[in-house]
Design a protein around this ligand. Structure first.
Ligand code: HEM
Length: 542
């Protein structure tokens, strides 16, 4: 069933019902009339016999990527479904995703409207009619990741890329190194809370890099960022709410029977406002008083012209970029590191090989650093396999066709939502043999033609994740240093036997492992001393 927190009013007034039917009919007829070559649509599960309803009953309510993967096996790499007149294409192969989303990115770089998240939760308010108005009244648009493709989006993207291209991202390595060393100490002291420590570390890294903000215990900004991000990713699943399929419903008031989605939206909206305003106000104050630490925010404030020639618009773009950064950055790095830890419990032999490589190349009297990266192919392969084995954003962020297109004899009409099932693509056994096993070795062969998992996990074309260099740097250091200092083992169950935790992940746009027990112990006395020495030699502050 469709994953509705649905809303179907019990007793719509007859006029509203008429409008609804008219909207559906016109959408249906409009789509039918535009297929000049009369090509078939891509195959997919058979829709309902009831007109307009389409595949609503086939849509999964959780772990959508697994159902979509099954459709790929049954119908081929490009699947189409239709839900209430809206067409959704699901891509299950690297080749097709590359052909459409990379090679034809001029056509596929738009985002679908997503009224629940964008309009009602205020992540991108689209109540203005034209791109021109969007350009001249930018005050409401906040999350560039969900913005339609166009001049406004390009300005936001440019500002973001300025701070996170490969060179700038490498410039943040000292922050990552410092916070990671503190993480090792926390894992030494209290390993059972490993997920909490990692959450604090990824938050601290993002807040320092983004705003120059040193987080505290129970930090308010971290709480806001996490809550806002959770609200967004829970709602931003493909057509999770009926309002995403029938945008007219966004005008239904919260008090109306059955309109509980409006309460969810209001709470999300309040969080998104807090996310944009509170940390920014703090950073601006620091900047004005001349106390700002080096950060993405400070750099952009000093080079506002990169964002816009208009200082007011520039400030707005900077505010949006910093908010988006800590809304998207911390949780994704956390989830990929948790996946790495879970993988170590499923493939214990891997860490033995990795530790042998680390001892041989780095030795045991210092921590691995970024300078060792090129000499540690097995660690690099673990990072790649962690990005492939389970996906932080299993279905990517949906794209939208901006014009009619055809591919391999199939018609893809303008307006189609295009979902790259990144989880499915990463588990395509025609490409990755034994895809459910954690096997870093598959990436050791330099002659191999396997796609790099980064070219799947971080998305496609002009919308590819701009935080990917930063994310990979963080993940690499967590993997290399944790394996250098600790043994990561299965925890013992009640019967005293080791327990392999299941590979269970949350649903939503972003996904992470459900909490799982594990044992993290220092490899030996030398590792304990190494961590203590490394912490002692950290500078007092930034
Ligand atoms: C392991 C970590 C991460 C993964 C797997 C990941 C994955 C993704 C994916 C799949 C997309 C959608 C791309 C598409 O539309 O095809 C995306 C977009 C985005 N990511 Fe990441 N991401 C990660 C970390 C980060 C970090 C650390 C930041 C910020 C510093 C970030 C900022 C963004 C932004 C702003 C977008 C929207 C891009 C746009 O629409 O133009 N991400 N990410």
């Amino acid at each position: 069933m469709i994953s509705v927190h649905t809303f179907v009013p019990q007793s719509l007034p007859s006029q509203a019902l008429f409008v609804l039917v008219a909207v559906l009919c016109s959408r249906f007829l409009l789509r039918r009339s535009k297929n000049p070559l009369n090509l078939p649509f891509p195959p997919g599960p058979r829709p309902s016999a009831i007109p307009f309803v389409g595949n609503i009953a086939d849509m999964p309510s959780s772990q959508e990527w697994k159902t979509f993967y099954g459709w790929g096996l049954e119908h081929g790499p490009l699947v189409m479904v239709e839900v209430l007149g809206k067409k959704i294409c699901i891509i299950n192969s690297y080749e097709v995703a590359n052909d459409l989303l990379n090679e034809r990115s001029l056509i596929y770089s738009d985002r679908p409207a997503m009224p629940m998240v964008n309009d009602l939760m205020d992540w991108v308010r689209l109540n203005m009619k034209t791109e021109f108005q969007l350009l001249t009244q930018p005050a409401k648009k906040f999350n560039m990741g969900l913005q339609p493709y166009g001049p406004v989006y390009k300005k936001h993207r440019k500002a973001f890329q300025h701070g996170f291209n490969r060179r700038e991202s490498n410039g943040y390595q000292p922050v990552q190194t410092r916070e990671n060393t503190l993480l090792l100490e926390k894992l030494l002291t209290d390993p059972s809370k490993y997920d909490h420590h990692l959450r604090i570390t990824t938050g601290a890294i993002i807040m320092m890099i983004g705003l120059g903000y040193p987080i505290t215990d129970n930090d308010e900004f971290v709480r806001i960022a996490e809550a806002a991000q959770l609200a967004m990713v829970s709602a931003a699943r493909p057509d999770a709410y009926l309002v995403d399929l029938l945008p007219i419903l966004k005008y239904v008031p919260e008090w109306f029977p059955g309109a509980s989605f409006q309460k969810v939206a209001r709470e999300g909206r309040e969080l998104s406002q807090e996310l944009q305003n509170k940390p920014f106000a703090w950073a601006l104050n620091q900047f004005k008083e001349g106390n700002a630490l080096p950060s993405f925010f400070k750099d952009l404030m000093e080079h506002r012209e990169i964002a816009s020639d208009d200082p007011k618009e520039a400030q707005h773009i900077i505010k949006c970029a910093t908010a988006v950064m800590y809304a998207t950055g911390a949780d994704t790095i956390l989830a990929s590191t948790l996946t790495f830890i879970l993988a170590m419990l499923h493939a214990p032999h891997v860490q033995k090989i990795a530790q042998e490589e680390l001892d041989r190349v780095v030795g045991t009297d210092r921590l691995p650093t970024y300078a060792d990266q090129a000499a540690l192919p097995y660690i690099n392969a673990i990072v790649k396999e962690s990005l492939r084995w389970e996906l932080v954003i299993p279905l990517g962020v949906p794209h939208r066709a901006m014009q009619d297109d055809s591919y391999n004899g199939y018609f893809i009409p303008e307006g189609t939502t295009v979902i790259a099932n990144q989880w499915g693509i990463s588990h395509d056994e025609k490409v990755f043999s034994d895809p459910f096993a954690f096997r870093p070795e598959r990436f050791l062969d330099k002659q191999s033609s396997l796609p790099d998992p980064s070219s799947i996990a971080f998305g496609w074309g002009r919308r590819i994740c701009p935080g990917r260099f930063l994310a990979e740097n963080s993940l690499w250091l967590h993997v290399a240093t944790m394996l250098a200092c600790f043994d990561i083992n299965q925890a013992l169950g009640k019967n005293g036997k080791p327990v392999i935790p299941p590979r269970e992940y949350t649903s939503g746009m972003a996904s992470r492992p459900l909490p799982f027990p594990c044992s993290i112990t220092p490899r030996n006395v030398a590792a304990v001393q190494l961590i203590k020495n490394s912490v002692a030699s950290l500078p007092e502050s930034y």
